[in-house]
Ligand binder design. Sequence first.
Ligand SMILES: C[S@@+](CC[C@H](N)C(=O)[O-])C[C@H]1O[C@@H](n2cnc3c(N)ncnc32)[C@H](O)[C@@H]1O
Length: 258
Amino acid sequence: MTVFSQIKSLFFGSIFLTAGFASLPFAALSLVFRGRPLAIFNKSELSAANFTFLWRLIGKPSAADEKLTKKTISQAHGVVLDLGPGTGFTVHHFDKSKTTKIFGIEPNKAFHPALQAAIDAAGLTDIYTIVGTGVEDSETLKKFGIEQGSVDTIVACKVLCSIPEPKATIAELYKILAPGGLFLVLEHVKSKGGIGGFAQGLANKVWPFLMAGCNLCRSTEAYIYEAGEWDVKDLQHPEGLSGYEFITFIQGSLIKAK
Ligand SMILES: C[S@@+](CC[C@H](N)C(=O)[O-])C[C@H]1O[C@@H](n2cnc3c(N)ncnc32)[C@H](O)[C@@H]1O
């Protein structure tokens, strides 16, 4: 299983990498059509445009991914912070009977129309609010009442790889969570090594540029554990993954100490 999962991950990782390069001309064209041709020469703008173009095409979860995201997101309850919901591929997994309010913190405004359509289709219109900023922007979050101890659940689904200054930002997220609150995690993380780890290190030289700052080699679990005291810490590699894959995940939940 370990060898098979590593080969499978290398295969899909190379497809994502190839797609990342192949989409660059389309990203450049999208900037031209938006009347901003000079943005092509701006590394961060081209990177953002590339990921925006690409995510719509390759971001939709596979059937296996759907099971993982459902397992994670359906546990959310009360007031929820949904970090980086993107185009809304995962919002239909929220259980309306358990959630009172959901804030989707999504800085990429190009994703907002698709995200809003997904929210509406999931019947979440009344309780789901899109907040168009990065999760590190505490001033804007405060305007929505998101401050220390105000949130029952934080959902981090394939987003902590992309936030700036993860250690500091995750520590801030810990403060936002109410005592006894739930931190739900499904994140790709740094590989433990082997061929997958080697390939990951190499790919990470270009991956953040192709994928709008997504870092393949992030030790996210360490940042979460160090953020504060937890009553429950249950993060594991999903079934079939050993942690040695090129793209490997951790999944689970943590409960903030009361
Ligand atoms: C890989 S996508 C995942 C989208 C969605 N969670 C899913 O699983 O379909 C990462 C998302 O994180 C968002 N993101 C990047 N930086 C962020 C930040 N600082 N705060 C919140 N979201 C961020 C991106 O705009 C993007 O929508």
